[in-house]
Design a protein around this ligand. Sequence first.
Ligand code: NAD
Length: 291
Amino acid sequence: MAIQTVGIVGAGQMGSGIAHVFALAGYDVLLNDVNADSLSKGLDTIRRNLERQASRGKITEAERDAALARIRTTLTLAELGPTDLVIEAATERETVKQAIFDALLPHLKPETILTSNTSSISITRLASRTDRPEKFMGFHFMNPVPVMQLVELIRGIATDQPTYDALLEVVGRLGKTAASAEDFPAFIVNRILVPMINEAVYTLYEGVGNVRSIDEALKLGANHPMGPLELADFIGLDTCLAIMNVLYDGLADSKYRPCPLLTKYVEAGWLGRKTQRGFYDYRGETPVPTR
Ligand code: NAD
């Protein structure tokens, strides 16, 4: 089945970025959210980012205008019924995603492929509660979506080959690159990246280095573009902790235990850039290490 119309549920950071790249690639996008404010903010972000791409010569003004014209928004989930592909990118809570699928399924064409952008919830479990586990997949975009090249494709245990092939083709049309991951906690990128960040926090906790020396060491000694603590602040320390807990619970291996210092920062509400304080303090002109 050729995919042309795409329904996106959730117009937050990820949903708006996903709508942006699909519209630019020529798909007709229907963007849904429960919150009218999120929809208008999402659309503003898309407009601003397309504008920036056009002003830098990455896309033409005609491409910018055509992409914007391909995005429609709706507060009514049922309107996504006739789309060929649905990407759920709502809040990372299983009950929320479950309720969205329950409400959407009665309106959906039988051939529509259903996907979730979840970072941590089991694709197999989400799929098992729908009427189409063979047409259900994890479709994991990276943040910020218009910039990051990778998309993880995650098969549930029941996902069939035509569904996988259809999504692989979509990733190609978006100009991005797919990595296939099996459905185990945190998939590939977060399975490797977040324990590395957690280890950097242990290195800090045990006094092996301070914030600056740990970040400098990984940037200059391992050629990482950002230090692990700087990166943790960017991702959000609450998100890093949640992913460590998913790995710890899902794989039942003590090597994934979250560092107590990471927990303490989260308890303090020092969540990184979004709260202006994490491993660095962002309230002044330049970030200042907090340890
Ligand atoms: P966000 O908080 O920015 O956006 C979530 C949006 O979902 C909000 O606008 C909210 O109003 C909307 N929403 C909540 N309930 C809804 C419902 N019932 N119907 C429709 N919309 C609803 O979150 P985000 O960072 O965009 O994350 C969305 C998803 O993407 C999560 O599953 C997350 O794990 C995943 N993800 C996030 C990142 C990241 O770096 N932020 C990266 C990859 C994947």
